[in-house]
Design a protein around this ligand. Structure first.
Ligand code: UD1
Ligand code: MG
Length: 452
């Protein structure tokens, strides 16, 4: 099959410098949603018609399986499909999709493709209570005879509630002939793709139709309001799928998934969480309110308390994170690790049972098992030019407010006294302390305010 995606329109009502089809839905450009659906149908030719916004569309979405054809100027949907004609294989039918209609289900398209077979024209239609703005499907004795655009329709035609979604399948050799005969003698002065329907009827080619499972599958984005509406529909669909799978969502209306979220059994997600990229929540994981988690694995039984930010990180089984913790790229925590409030961890491995419960920065570090990192501890990993590692052995105890000036190693079972600035390795099993000795000055007097 050939697939042509129309994406040359300008999207004026988006009020944006960004071409409409590049605006994100669930974190991904509208056109990428359509491309992904198209790819799921394994087309032999995949052609995107772009135009408005110049080279931004092909440069952002370039892929080896996509042909980009420029339509300049944009003279209508028929003129747009004509730009793809040289790339289309006559032996296979052609499916036309819109780059600004992101939520069409592949199953609905499969039905349309089946209705078309190899030699019919098939149109995806829906019934709308308010069909204003859409092309109307004109039928005689039940059979589709033509499509009339809103601006060209008579009052009787405007009363028709079956509308053209714009998505259709056509036999390709015929399509090319029909496109070559289109005229722009209509209310909008455009070459209408919809005029191929009357051409098909004249040529004795049967015109079939199919309907999607839901009307929202065919809704397009013309404004930020419509984009926001489709975002909610999409998010609600994702939430429903998670609920059906057994995930507990405290409020399915307050969840945002911008990527792929995979959940095990008995996962709980509280309100206001955002999942980006590829995220896996294993059995029994619990994500509390207002967490942002991107490209991460949260292992079985782990608990993420409210307001955590986790990116490119792994949290081990039964670990407890937050509230207010930040796990940055390269963080790998083993099981039963506790990371508390205002702790930032970057590019570090933390072995089982270790804790950093309050106010710490751990960067470029390798931390053993059962290590206790006191409040206010900082790994000084950066000298302004280069970064160095800190290594802390099993069972070490790092006193509060210590600075570990990397590269430096703390031996197994070592203790650092509170306030230590560690610039040389701390031997295993011993107490190392760099704090100045405490003195008390007897007879010292507080200053008093001078009299004027
Ligand atoms: C079109 C259909 C109408 C249908 C409606 C569904 C025609 C003549 N009309 O109308 O029957 O009910 O869609 O939404 O086909 N595009 C180009 N190049 C162009 C013009 C459009 O690439 O020169 C693209 C647009 O970017 C958009 C799609 O084609 O993705 C539809 O264009 P639009 O202008 O929205 O068509 P409508 O007038 O809404
Ligand atoms: Mg439109």
């Amino acid at each position: 099959m050939n697939i042509v995606i129309l994406a040359a329109g300008m999207g004026k009502r988006m009020q944006s410098a960004l071409p409409k089809v590049l605006h994100p839905l669930a974190g991904k450009p509208l056109l990428s949603h359509v491309l992904d659906t198209a790819r799921s149908l394994s087309p032999s030719t995949l052609c995107v018609i772009y135009g408005h916004g110049g080279e931004q569309v092909p440069s952002l979405l370039a892929a080896s399986d996509v042909i980009f054809a420029c339509q300049q100027p944009q003279l209508g949907t028929g003129h747009a499909v004509a730009q793809a004609a040289p790339h289309l294989d006559d032996a296979a039918p052609t499916l036309v999709l819109y780059g600004d209609v992101p939520l069409t289900d592949a199953a609905s398209l499969q039905r349309l493709i089946a209705a078309a077979g190899n030699d019919k024209l098939a149109i995806l239609t829906v019934h709308m209570d308010d069909p204003t703005g859409y092309g109307r499907i004109v039928r005689e004795h039940g059979a589709i005879t033509r499509i009339v655009e809103q601006k060209d329709a008579t009052d009787a035609e405007l009363a028709i509630t079956e509308v053209n979604t714009g998505i259709l399948v056509a036999p390709t050799a015929r399509l090319k002939q029909w496109l070559a005969t289109l005229s722009n003698h209509n209310a909008q002065g455009e070459y209408y793709l919809t005029d191929i329907v009357a051409r098909a009827v004249a040529d004795g080619v049967p015109v079939a139709s199919a309907q999607p499972e839901a009307v929202w599958e065919t809704l397009g984005v013309n404004s930020k309001v419509q984009l926001a509406e489709l975002e909610r529909i999409h998010q609600r669909n994702i939430a429903n799928a998670l609920l059906e799978q057994g995930v507990t969502l405290l409020d399915p209306a307050r969840l945002d998934v911008r990527g792929t979220l995979t959940c095990g059994r008995d996962v709980t997600i509280d309100v206001g969480c955002v999942f980006e990229g590829i995220v896996t929540l294993e059995d029994g994981a619990r994500i509390e309110a207002h967490c942002v988690i991107r490209n991460a694995v949260i292992a079985a039984g782990a608990q993420i308390k409210p307001f955590c930010h986790i990116e490119d990180a792994t949290v081990g089984a039964h670990s407890v994170i937050g509230p207010y913790a930040r796990l940055r790229p390269g963080t790998v925590l083993a099981e039963n690790v506790h990371i508390g409030n205002f702790v930032e961890i970057k590019n570090s491995q933390v072995a089982a049972g270790s804790k950093a419960n309050h106010l710490a920065y751990v960067g470029d570090a390798t931390i053993g098992s059962r290590v206790n990192i006191g409040a206010g501890t900082i790994t000084c990993n950066y000298d302004g030019a280069n970064k160095f590692r800190t290594v802390i052995g099993d069972d070490a105890f790092i006193g509060s407010d210590s600075q570990l000036v990397a590269p430096v190693t703390v031996g197994k079972g070592a203790t650092l006294g509170a306030g230590t600035t560690l610039t040389k390795d701390a031997p295993a099993g011993a107490l190392t302390i760099s704090r100045a000795r405490q003195v008390t000055l007897t007879g010292w007097q507080r200053p008093v305010k001078l009299k004027k």
